[in-house]
Design a protein around this ligand. Structure first.
Ligand SMILES: Nc1ncnc2c1ncn2[C@@H]1O[C@H](COP(=O)(O)OP(=O)(O)OP(=O)(O)O)[C@@H](O)[C@H]1O
Ligand code: SF4
Ligand SMILES: [Mg+2]
Length: 376
């Protein structure tokens, strides 16, 4: 039976979230009206070009924007609690790390060098543990539970970061995100800097955590093949907005591929993707009877730009142009200046997010087959 039913409340509900960076040149609208939710035990993949707002989404969900950023609107409900507007003290004591934690982009290279791993974890505990009554032995037991869970030997706790390999440091960082037992973890490019063998080991551990601990996570990466492996649903971002959100099977489907049933959001990530690390962009991924495949032109272009190991092409596709300046983004669709299908309506009016098929949301006039799009 699916772990996700209609009677279960989402672990995360995000509505119209906006985070702007107030620079001397103007407000960078890095996150501008994004809405989605996440069910217990569900994995959401967040993809998009550099600068599209993936990391900003992650830090916004912790209500921890980096300066000069500020949440300027919207709502974030984690485990039933609204955290927008919450005091810094309450966020530290009752939300961050205990309900939601984050493996920051490049975190394994930022571990305080003069602290042992044990000291680093104890400091995290002191800062964020809601239950201050835990004694040292209980904390040690909890640290061992999660470092072991990440496949690390016990002696790692007494080591300094520089004494560990990149793969070990990354496992430590994930163990640190886990050991206050949050409901939800955001992982920002957690395997990008690692070789493919270590990357595969860590991805397998992440999938085990999801299965065994019913953990929900948001996995941020540029790598669509990795997302096909670890995510139940995929959110494609462009220029601070959601372009498309759908089940992995919908986003990675190809119209010519054989039909297969849609997995539920509680299903294991990567199922239905028989050649995961070589078959992003839906090549080899089964389509569904119901699914129309990726519908936003940006998603289609991203998928077409993904190299495949088993299919040689003379030239890789790419998306001409670059994302817009987020201080003064285009008034209509933000992708219009680069979209081969853009019409005057696209340049004038921002497309709303519409559910085009069950659980498949798209913000594109063409995808919703709006008559005004065709005639203008
Ligand atoms: N501290 C900051 N001050 C000003 N602008 C910022 C700041 N942090 C991010 N931005 C801007 O916000 C936008 C989104 O950045 P973000 O780091 O969220 O992108 P990303 O999708 O995570 O990119 P990448 O894939 O390169 O990590 C970019 O235009 C970026 O320049
Ligand atoms: S709304 Fe128009 S410009 Fe934007 S992605 Fe769709 S077709 Fe392209
Ligand atoms: Mg980033």
């Amino acid at each position: 039976m699916s772990e996700t039913t209609n009677t279960v409340d989402p672990v995360l509900q995000v509505k119209d979230l906006r985070l702007h960076y107030f620079t001397s040149k103007g407000a960078v609208k890095a996150l501008d009206g994004v809405s989605f939710d996440l069910m217990p035990g569900e994995a959401l993949g967040l993809v998009g070009e550099s600068g599209c707002g993936k990391t900003t989404t992650g830090v916004a969900l912790l209500n921890m924007p980096s300066p000069p950023g500020r949440i300027v609107g919207g709502s974030i409900i984690i485990d039933g609690i609204e955290i927008v507007g919450m005091s810094e003290r309450d966020l530290r004591r009752t939300v961050r790390w205990s309900k939601i934690s984050m493996v920051f982009q490049g975190a394994m290279n930022c571990l305080t060098p003069v602290y042992t791993i044990r000291k680093l974890m104890v400091e995290t505990w002191k800062e964020h543990a809601p239950d201050a009554s835990f004694n040292a032995a209980a904390i040690e037991e909890r640290m061992l539970k999660y470092t072991r869970r990440m496949g690390l030997p016990d002696h790692v706790l007494g080591r300094y970061p520089h004494e560990l390999s990149g793969g070990m440091k990354q496992r430590v960082v994930i163990a640190m995100a886990l050991f206050l037992e949050p409901r939800l973890i955001i992982m920002d490019e957690p395997t990008t800097a690692l070789d493919v063998i270590v990357q595969a080991q860590i991805l397998n551990l992440i999938k085990e955590l999801k299965r065994d601990l019913k953990l929900s996570y948001i996995f941020i990466t540029h790598d669509l093949a990795t997302e096909a492996e670890v995510a139940d649903r995929i959110m494609v971002m462009y220029a601070g907005k959601m372009a498309e959100l759908g089940m992995s099977e919908q986003i990675f489907a190809t119209p010519e591929a054989p039909a297969a049933p849609l997995a539920t959001s509680g299903s294991q990530a990567g199922h239905g993707s028989p050649e995961p690390l070589t078959s992003a962009a839906g090549h080899g991924s089964p389509a569904t009877k119901q699914s129309r495949g990726p519908l936003h032109p940006y998603t289609q272009k991203l998928l077409a730009s993904t190299p495949l190991l088993r299919k040689k092409v003379s030239e890789l596709a790419f998306i001409p142009g670059s994302p817009p300046d987020l201080i003064a983004p285009p008034p209509g669709c933000r992708f219009a200046p680069r979209c081969p299908f853009a019409r005057s309506k696209c340049n004038e009016t921002e497309p709303p997010v519409v559910e085009i098929e069950p659980r498949h949301l798209v913000a594109c006039w063409k995808a919703m087959e709006d008559p005004a799009y065709a005639v203008s």
